[in-house]
Structure formats: structure tokens, C-alpha cells
Design a protein around this ligand. Structure first.
Ligand code: ZN
Length: 681
């Protein structure tokens, strides 16, 4: 039984959060700040956990938490989701209107114009007020069940104020403003980037794990409304848009009812010029007959309705001079060529650079510096060079572009072509061209998880010359004073950073292996490898016979010859060998902590370590404590159980005496764990 006041509290929170969602996504302002929203959301979640009977389907907490699917179930559409015929200019549009009027035997105006959103068409069904099914268009007749994914889109209400069963159709899209940033984060994670927002929206919706979908900033516009028999609910399409909006289903606000061709033409011309200002891609205008009776009489032809068509915007192609071909070096060392262009305006946006993708692309199109090239924006976002212009004139100095053999200044390492020869990479792990990104990656959560060493700090430390190789992170302690002199680095923040860096020395070998940023070696592969090769020093030993090592790697299930080869190539680089040696000397990655908690003999006791120990370095001792169920902290406090004392103890010893903390020697410690637990000797 839920106490009545709790019941009311839960209901209030639910309504408040749903209202905020509605305001935020439909009206673009909200009565709650993000902070307040998150706080109330957590409050609701806690109460619902305590009183599971109180959970209802429309609770905002139910948007997430569904388990990943193994595959998508299929859904058959009540009425097919049709595709539209196209017209490519105003004359073709005029023809379409006169032909359709003739078939209908009457004037087909008013027409409704809608921007054609570049995304993924979906159907969303509501039953007894609740969202109960969502599916993709699929082949038009059968789509995929994406209900749990669609529920994560916060602009879609889980509950509507109409008990009639309805089906709303719309387009899920990926906002352009979020697209570039999102792609950058994917590249950072070593994932492929999306080539345009449409692919990004479809890729986001078609995730087997709804939690992944919930992280994507996708949104939706609805444009069709039916009852559960697949019938329109009013006789005017334009009216149905109004009903959708009243139901709380988001519509694109620039739709317009036009009564003659002149208005239609003006609408088209206006949006041809102004579409670049929208935050969603649109590749044309949908023109529909407003009167549903006329629609019904006209019917469909094969896959297309006869009562609608889509006007396609011509892609804007401009010409400009390509001044120079430059290179970006990504985190994993892949060289991506890009073109420095004479600035030019496309779709209202000034463009001065364009990607050239890879070596093949340049060769295939024979693109050279100083060429006049044709340019367009793919999916309204990414400037792309289509080809060398027909008007291009080359003089004697024009040379076929040679892809470099060496990484650009100041790295100059020999580049390595992948086996498929498409990508070319620099595998020097201290390569200055990729180092800043690698450093960020190294300190990120799934790698060494160094809090406080984010992208901004990485950039400063690299640019100011504090860190030039990954192991130099661990010598920052010696530059403490200089660090504090940097702008924005106070004593407190430097102390915190250094403590976190010190703490990261305890990460296990699989974390370190991931953190090296070897192409193809992400978290999962690193885990597989570290099951067979338990620590960095063992890897170092094994690399003395690369042939055997490669065989060992290939024979690990889940690792193929390509990844094995990349690891071997990485190990052939002198700079990387130095790196490994330095990490071994630092005692990082030299113990595999995957085996922790096999004994609990230290039973959550807290240790502080001080002084030097002849046969054990600091991180080995820390691992021994952790693997037997104890904890290690850096400072003595009343919560400390033991001070492990070595030679030349520091001030921690007197602090321990003052706090009456038990002080133990190394042999005491070994005795403690050898009796009950395990050690590493
Ligand atoms: Zn390089």
C-alpha cells in the first residue's frame, strides 16, 4: 500500500516533469532548469524504486531502462507508408498540378506545403492514451519495431489527452547544430563518423540498445494523423496538423496552405534561399492536396500517392580554387587530407575547407593543388569536392598530388599504409600531430581515468611543453611549482590533479593497453589480450620474438590477423618501446589487477603507505592490498586502519602516531596476507 502523501508526491513529480518535457521540446523554453529537472527526476526514480507499484507507463522514468534487443521485431503497417513522386523544377510542378486536376476533374487547390525533413520516417501509435508502438517505414509495408527507442525521445509524449486510438507519422531527424560535435566525439572514441545527419538519425534510432538511442540528440516532426483503422480524422490535411499539435505531437511550424500557384512558387523560392538557416536538413518541399475526399478519389499508383508530390531543391554547386592540400592526424594516427579553399558561399554558408577523405579519393578524382574544383554540401552539412571543374586550366607547374611518405612536421615519422591501402597512418605514439588527442584519450574514463585531465588541461599541458610523451604525465609531480605558475592553475587544483594522476598508476594492464591508443585495440580487445598476457613486463618480454607474439595474438579468440598485425607494427616503433620501458619503470600496468578480490583477508581495512621498500614498488604493494580486499588512501586520517612503514618514512609517520593509527612493517603486512590471503611473490 502506498501512503497517500507519497502517491500524491509521485503524481506531482510525474506531471511536473512531463510538463517540462513538453515545454522544452515543443515551446523551446521550460519551467524547470536542467539542474532542477535532473534533481526531480532522481527524486521520482528513488520513490518509484521504493514503491514499484506506483510506476505507470507514462512516467518519464519509463523512457529509459529497456534492455537491449537481440534483433528488431517486424511490424506490419495498417496502411502502407508510401514514398512520394518527385518534380525537379517549377515547370514539372505545373505539369503535375494540371495533370492531377484533370484526373480529379476539379481544382485541386488549396494545397499544403511542408518542408521535407531529411531523416527517418516512422509511425507512432497511441492506444488508450498511451504510446504503445513505434516502427520504421521499412519497405513501406513491413517496418521494424523501435518502440523502446522512440520512447527515449523526450519531445514525444508517452501519454496523450485523447482516448481515441491514433497513429501519427513523422520524421525523426538529427539536429544539424549537434551533428559536427557528435561526429567529433565518435572519431575521438575511434568510431566511424556519420556522413550526414540523415544517416546519423537512422543510425541513432536503429540501435538495439535503447540506452544508446537515449544519448543521441534526435528529435521528431509529425505530419500525418490517422485513426486505428488508418482513416484520416478530419477532412482537411491542414487541420490534421493542428490536431497533432493539440495532442502535444511536435509539428514543423513552417507548413503553409496555399490557394494559387503564385503563393506556391513564392513558398518554394523562399525556402530554396532560406533553408540553410534551419537546424534540420531539408531536401525539398512536400506538396499535398488538402481535401481528403479528393485524396481518396485519386488514390495511389503503385508506391506513390497521386495526391502529393515532392519538389526537390537543386543541389547548389559552386566552383572555387583549391589552394592547398593539408592533413589532419587523428587520435589513432590516420591521416585525413583536406582542401584549403578560396572562401566561397554555398547555401548561405561560407566555406573555406573541404574534406578529401583519403588517398584514393584524391587519386581517383586527380585533384591537384591550384585546381578549380566543383563543391557542394553533402546532406546540407559537409562540404564535398565533387570533381575538378571542366573549366579548370592547368599550367606546366601542375603536378599530380603525391601522398606524403612521412608524417607532417614536426613528427616526420615514416607513415604506414593499411593493408587495404585506403588509410595511411602515423604509428609514432609520441607524434606531436596527434599527441594532444591521444593524451585526452589516455586520460579518459575507459582508459586511465584521470579526473581533471580533460581536453582543456591536456591542450595547455601539451602546448606549454609539460607533456610530450604519455609517460611524462607521471613526472608532472617534479614540475609542481611551474604548474602552479600557469594561468588558471591554483595550488588546490594542481594538488588534486597530481593526486588523481598518482592514483591512476593503479589502473590495470588492460586499461593501460587501451590507453596506448593502438589502432583497433579498444577496451574489449585489450581485455582479451590481458587475459593471455597479464602485464606490461610480460608483453615486453614477449615482444623479443615478434613472430611468436603475433601467433599468440592471432590465436586469441576475438582477435584477427588485422588487429594482431597493427599491434606488431606498433611494437616495432622505437618510440613505443621507450614508452613501454618507461611505464615498466614507473610500475604502471605491471600487475594485472583483473584478479582482485580473490581474497578478502584485509576486509575493507584502509592503508596508508609511507617510505621505500626494497623488493616492492609502491604500485605492487597497492595492488597486493587491493587484491586482498583492502583499500589504499594517500593521507592519514582517523579513518586509516594501518600505516605501512618502509625506510625513510615521511611526515605520514608522525601523523599516524598522533592519530593512534596502527603502524606495521612490511613483514607484518606480508604475514597478514600470507596467512589468510594471496600475494604476488
Ligand atoms: Zn606523426
Amino acid at each position: 500500500m502506498i501512503p497517500i502523501e507519497i502517491h500524491k508526491k509521485i503524481k506531482d513529480l510525474r506531471e511536473e516533469l512531463n510538463q517540462a518535457n513538453h515545454e522544452y521540446y515543443l515551446k523551446e523554453n521550460s519551467s524547470l532548469t536542467d539542474f532542477e529537472y535532473d534533481k526531480k527526476f532522481k527524486e521520482l526514480l528513488t520513490l518509484e524504486n521504493e514503491y514499484p507499484d506506483s510506476i505507470v507507463e507514462e512516467s518519464p522514468t519509463q523512457r529509459i531502462g529497456s534492455n537491449p534487443a537481440i534483433e528488431f521485431n517486424t511490424v506490419e503497417h495498417n496502411i502502407p507508408m508510401l514514398s512520394l513522386s518527385n518534380v525537379f523544377d517549377l515547370n514539372e510542378l505545373k505539369d503535375w498540378i494540371s495533370k492531377t486536376s484533370k484526373t480529379a476533374a476539379k481544382d485541386i487547390f488549396p494545397l499544403v506545403c511542408e518542408l521535407k525533413i531529411d531523416g527517418l520516417a516512422v509511425s507512432v501509435k497511441f492506444q488508450n492514451n498511451l504510446l504503445n508502438q513505434a516502427s520504421t517505414r521499412g519497405n513501406g509495408t513491413i517496418g521494424e519495431d523501435i518502440t523502446n527507442n522512440v520512447k527515449t525521445i523526450r519531445s514525444i509524449p508517452l501519454k496523450i489527452n485523447d482516448s481515441k486510438n491514433i497513429e501519427a507519422r513523422g520524421e525523426i531527424y538529427f539536429p544539424i547544430s549537434k551533428f559536427n560535435q557528435y561526429n567529433e566525439s565518435r572519431e575521438f572514441e575511434g568510431l566511424n563518423s556519420y556522413s550526414n545527419p540523415r544517416n546519423a538519425s537512422s543510425g541513432s534510432v536503429r540501435q538495439l540498445d535503447p540506452n544508446e538511442t537515449s544519448k543521441r540528440p534526435i528529435n521528431i516532426f509529425f505530419y500525418n494523423l490517422f485513426d486505428d483503422q488508418g482513416k484520416e480524422m478530419v477532412n482537411s490535411h491542414y487541420k490534421s496538423l493542428e490536431i497533432l499539435e493539440n495532442l502535444g505531437l511536435r509539428i514543423e511550424k513552417n507548413s503553409k496552405q496555399v490557394h494559387n500557384f503564385e503563393d506556391l512558387e513564392n513558398y518554394i523560392l523562399f525556402w530554396s534561399k532560406n533553408r540553410a538557416k534551419l537546424d534540420y536538413g531539408t531536401d525539398g518541399i512536400v506538396i499535398k492536396i488538402d481535401d481528403i475526399n479528393i485524396q481518396k478519389n485519386l488514390g495511389t499508383t503503385g508506391r506513390n500517392p497521386k495526391w502529393a508530390t515532392s519538389y526537390k531543391f537543386p543541389p547548389e554547386i559552386v566552383e572555387t580554387k583549391l589552394n592547398k592540400i593539408n592533413f589532419n592526424v587523428g587520435r589513432t594516427g590516420v591521416l585525413t587530407p583536406w582542401a584549403e579553399l578560396e572562401p566561397v558561399i554555398i547555401n548561405g554558408v561560407k566555406i573555406s575547407r573541404a574534406t578529401l577523405h583519403n588517398r584514393d579519393e584524391i587519386e581517383r578524382k586527380d585533384i591537384r593543388e591550384n585546381d578549380l574544383v566543383e563543391l557542394q554540401r553533402a546532406g546540407e552539412v559537409i562540404p564535398q569536392i565533387i570533381k575538378v571543374s571542366n573549366k579548370n586550366l592547368r599550367n606546366n607547374e601542375s603536378k599530380k598530388f603525391e601522398f606524403p611518405d612521412f608524417c607532417p612536421d614536426p613528427c616526420n615519422s615514416k607513415l604506414l599504409a593499411d593493408q587495404n591501402e585506403v588509410s595511411v597512418r602515423c604509428i609514432n605514439s609520441s607524434c606531436p600531430n596527434k599527441f594532444e588527442r591521444l593524451l585526452q584519450y589516455f586520460s579518459s574514463k575507459k582508459c586511465m581515468d584521470i579526473e581533471g585531465l580533460g581536453s582543456k588541461i591536456c591542450s595547455i599541458l601539451y602546448k606549454e611543453g609539460f607533456i610530450n610523451t604519455l609517460d611524462e604525465i607521471y613526472s608532472l609531480e617534479q614540475k609542481r611549482k611551474q604548474l602552479m605558475e600557469l594561468e588558471g592553475f591554483g595550488e588546490l587544483s594542481v594538488n588534486k590533479l597530481l593526486v588523481n594522476i598518482e592514483d591512476s598508476k593503479n589502473r590495470s594492464f588492460n586499461n593501460l593497453l587501451t590507453a596506448f591508443g593502438i589502432e583497433g585495440v579498444g577496451e574489449e580487445i585489450a581485455d582479451l589480450i590481458s587475459e593471455k598476457i597479464k602485464s606490461l613486463d610480460i608483453l615486453y618480454e614477449k615482444k623479443k620474438n615478434l613472430h611468436n607474439l603475433e601467433n599468440l595474438l592471432i590465436n586469441i579468440e576475438g582477435i584477427g590477423p588485422i588487429v594482431s598485425n597493427k599491434i606488431i607494427e606498433w611494437l616495432k616503433q622505437e618510440g613505443n618501446i621507450f614508452l613501454i620501458e618507461n611505464f615498466i619503470n614507473l610500475g604502471i600496468g605491471t600487475q594485472n589487477i583483473n584478479v582482485i578480490n580473490q581474497s578478502n583477508s584485509l576486509n575493507n581495512k584502509t592503508f596508508v603507505i609511507t617510505g621505500r621498500f626494497e623488493d616492492y614498488n609502491r604500485s605492487t604493494l597497492e595492488n597486493m592490498i587491493k587484491s586482498n580486499g583492502g583499500k589504499v588512501i594517500n593521507r592519514v586520517s582517523s579513518k586509516t586502519d594501518y600505516l605501512l612503514q618502509g625506510e625513510n618514512p615521511g611526515t605520514k609517520l608522525s601523523e599516524a602516531i598522533n592519530n593512534s593509527i596502527a603502524i606495521i612493517s612490511l613483514s607484518d603486512f606480508l604475514h597478514m596476507i600470507s596467512k589468510k590471503g594471496r600475494n604476488f611473490s
